[in-house]
Design a protein around this ligand. Structure first.
Ligand code: SF4
Ligand code: SF4
Length: 425
């Protein structure tokens, strides 16, 4: 990244320039070691490399320029926030989940130590003034998913402009009603913030834009299930991560172009790894940039990741919004129905997730599953037991891993992953 050309912009965003440069340096080195060291990557990944190299530069410049033209920037931490509504008022939605051990000490002055790394990371990024996305936002949307997040937003709300959506915890008719009321409340909030009214025309267009993004990711997920797999798990994780930052139309076009290349590779029976390489699915907590620790460990232990069951994975692209609705009310209903299919571990009961995991394991022909929970994440750690049982019933071996963003356990994790890979080989 050409730091010099963006320093003024970062200063205007009130970043701590020195701390931010330290983060970019670590990020650059980490990316070089984990991504650029791969052999036989598809040419289309150059686009992703470029986006990542400019993730705090050019993309932030685009956001700042959009703001100058009167557009609003909306930050989110959860796939429950309907991007369709955000786009329908010509605002830009960006993900703020953070995946690095930075600002943790500061974060622990406002949230308990036994809070998951994802929460401590986004609070730490804010307190250390190192995230240009957080600093660019006109409004940040929280949600009442897990207890950790909903209490953390009380502290975060004292540092940033926050709005919290209530997310149901069950899937009864009354929960659907609550969710629709929340979607309507978000619609009104956006209209007030932007001074724009959502019309059937703008909403229809944004539903199509977000569906197109999901369709491109679905296409990618179908193609990568080929044997031998044509693309590494690390690269697909990166694509899913970038889907939360990039312009949706540009992203969709780039991923479709990449899929064209993947089809050519499959036609020639070429893989990123030899055909017999053990295939794994990662399931569980989302992995935000630059949390590439576990996929890197897996893929340097003789296995390849062919599916991710998480919100930075198939959960975010699996279901589309029905495009046949014509009125705003009908479209809001279609949006509500689609989002109620999200099988986050914050729901009880959450049997759909078990069905979806076993189905995905079969579709992507995996030899085993690694269930990943962040330490102190109650919802996903609890579900580990049920997932293991459901997979055992389908004769799919599973390894449960609990970790955080630190590098201290890398060697220990590598030993466990290597042993698991040996068992399933
Ligand atoms: S795991 Fe749950 S809380 Fe986290 S982004 Fe997904 S839906 Fe939201
Ligand atoms: S990882 Fe778990 S505890 Fe952390 S925010 Fe997500 S659901 Fe909550």
């Amino acid at each position: 990244m050409e730091k010099a050309s963006y320093t003024d912009m970062w200063e205007n965003l009130n970043l701590d320039i020195e701390a931010h440069e330290g983060l970019l340096e670590v990020l650059g080195k980490f990316y070089g070691d984990i991504y650029m060291s791969q052999q036989g990557r598809l040419q289309g990944m150059e686009y992703l490399d470029f986006v990542l190299s400019e993730v705090h530069g050019l993309r932030i410049q685009e956001l700042v320029d959009a703001q100058k033209q009167g557009r609003k920037i909306i930050g989110t931490f959860c796939v429950f926030v309907p991007e369709e509504l955000t786009l329908a008022v010509d605002a830009i939605q960006v993900g703020l989940c953070a995946g690095a051990d930075a600002g943790t000490e500061a974060a622990e002055t406002v949230v308990p130590r036994n809070t998951c790394a994802l929460i401590k990371s986004f609070i730490g990024f804010k307190m250390a003034k190192i995230c240009p996305y957080t600093e660019s936002c006109d409004l940040i949307i929280g949600e009442t998913t897990c207890d950790g997040k909903k209490k953390a937003y009380e502290a975060f709300g004292e540092m940033a402009p926050m709005y919290v959506m209530e997310i149901p915890q069950r899937k009864e008719a009354s929960d659907r009603e609550l969710w629709k009321a929340e979607v309507m409340r978000y619609k009104e909030k956006l209209e007030k913030l932007t001074g724009k009214t959502i019309t059937a025309e703008t909403l229809k267009k944004s539903i199509k834009t977000v569906n197109d993004k999901r369709r491109a990711l679905q296409r990618l997920n179908t193609l990568r299930a080929a044997v031998p797999t044509p693309i590494s798990g690390r690269d697909v994780l990166l694509i899913n991560q970038v889907s939360f930052y990039d312009d949706p139309v540009r992203f969709t076009n780039s991923i479709n172009a990449l899929c064209d290349q993947i089809e050519e590779r499959i036609a020639k029976s070429e893989g990123i790894v030899p055909e017999k390489t053990p295939r794994l699915m990662l399931a569980g907590c989302p992995m935000a940039v630059p949390n590439w620790k576990l996929p890197y460990i897996v893929e340097s232990s003789g296995a390849v990741v062919v599916s991710e069951e998480s919100c930075i994975g198939t959960r975010n692209s699996r279901d589309l919004v029905d495009e046949s609705a014509e009125t705003v009310e009908e479209m809001i209903d279609a949006i509500c129905d689609r989002y109620m299919k999200i099988d986050c571990a914050c729901f009880t009961p959450n049997n759909e997730r078990l069905e979806n995991i076993t189905k995905l394991a079969k579709e992507t022909k995996v030899d085993g599953v690694i269930h990943y929970s962040l330490m102190f994440c109650q919802p996903y750690t609890h579900e580990t037991f049920k997932v293991e049982k459901a997979l055992a019933d389908s004769e799919v071996p599973m390894l449960a891993i609990e970790t955080d963003y630190s590098m201290e356990d890398v060697e220990q994790l590598k030993t466990r992953v290597e042993a698991f890979v040996e068992i399933i080989s």
